[in-house]
Write a protein that binds this ligand. Structure first.
Ligand code: PBG
Length: 334
């Protein structure tokens, strides 16, 4: 694009900012209900609504209260949720077998949401961390995160989620070859229409801290995830990962975290034109929410500004813990 303008005063760029009407007319991007994916946390039990201290306003819920919360979200106009499990030590083993148990809390939640609200789009998380004794996304052998054996387990996990009724499989593990393997297995199982939203460019980030508390993985994790999640210094590598995952059969791709990686969102969208999502992760949420709770920033405005940035950066949508707050705000201003 080559912007052209006459010299001042023929051009006064403030003219199109003079009032709300003209600003609305020239506005380039907007945030809509359909752009939102709401991540939710499910755990065992009945009637549970348990606050997460490091994520003010976010709850862990049992299947029954989760279904009620998702129903409320649906009434607000939210169309997609992403289910994450909270696990206790009893769920975490060396062989991670709970990850593909059809009766684990995630799979029961998927089935219950789809039964109550068939129109709700349900996305999942595929990674071993919440079921792994050491908190890693892959199997660990002699201190090494092993790739290929992990991919076999991820395939089982993804199939169990698809069998439970998931619409979108979300591999967040960053192993090599998992998109192709999951796609083949879904096709063979007859799940032709189940989508894969690949966490393609996922960085080894400090901003996941509150999430690891939320899912119960903080104390379990030994070491860091730098041998599989990306180096925050890299950008070309993100394009290679996205290209690879699309060529293996991903329908959509994700950049994660969000706000510190808006440059990556833009490059990915420009390079591939595929449906592109950002994950405004737990640490981003808690920074905004925490500062707002202290009275240091205007929480609503900071929330909307941070989310609009993803649209401006080329994203089609965003995973955000703010989704219900955004929906309520959009309803109020409509
Ligand atoms: N594989 C697990 C997973 N899936 C989503 C997140 C982070 C989400 C957030 O911080 O909100 C993580 C954490 C991690 O990789 O350690």
């Amino acid at each position: 694009m080559q912007p052209v303008h006459a010299p001042f005063p023929a051009t006064r760029l403030r003219r199109t900012r003079a009032n709300a009407g003209i600003r609305a007319l020239v506005r380039e991007n907007d945030l809509q209900l359909g752009d939102l994916i709401w991540p939710v946390f499910v755990r065992e039990g009945d009637g549970v609504e348990e606050p997460i201290p490091s994520m003010p306003g976010v709850m862990r819920r049992s299947v029954d209260t989760l279904v009620a919360a998702v129903r409320e979200a649906a009434e607000l106009g939210i169309g997609t949720v992403c289910v994450f499990p909270y696990t206790g030590p009893e769920d975490r083993t060396e062989d991670c077998a709970r990850a593909w148990d059809p009766q684990n809390a995630t799979n029961r939640a998927i089935a219950a949401i789809k039964e109550a609200m068939p129109q709700m789009v349900v996305m999942t998380d595929v990674a071993l961390d919440t079921y792994n004794i050491n908190g890693h996304d892959g199997f660990v052998e002699d201190g090494i995160i092993v790739n290929d054996r992990t991919v076999e387990a991820l395939v089982k996990m993804a199939l169990a989620q698809a069998d439970a009724g998931a619409d979108i499989i979300g591999p967040s593990d960053m192993m090599d070859g998992r998109i192709g393997a999951i796609r083949d297995a879904l096709e063979q199982a007859g799940h032709h229409d189940v989508m894969i939203l690949s966490y393609a460019a996922k960085y080894a980030s400090a901003f996941y801290g509150p999430f690891r508390d939320a899912v119960g993985a903080s104390s379990a994790l030994t070491g860091d995830k730098k041998t599989y999640q990306m180096d925050p210094a890299n950008s070309d590598e993100a394009l290679r990962l996205v290209a690879r995952d699309l060529s293996e059969g991903a329908d959509m791709v994700m950049v994660k975290p969000g706000m510190p990686y808006l440059d990556i969102c833009r490059r990915v969208k420009d390079a591939f034109g595929a449906p592109t999502f950002a994950y405004q992760v737990s640490g981003e949420y808690s920074m905004i929410r925490g500062a707002a709770d202290q009275g240091w920033i205007d929480g609503e405005r900071a929330m909307m500004e941070s989310l609009l940035a993803f649209k401006r950066a080329g994203c089609d949508g965003v995973l955000t813990y703010f989704a219900p707050d955004v929906a309520r705000l959009l309803a109020k201003s409509a």
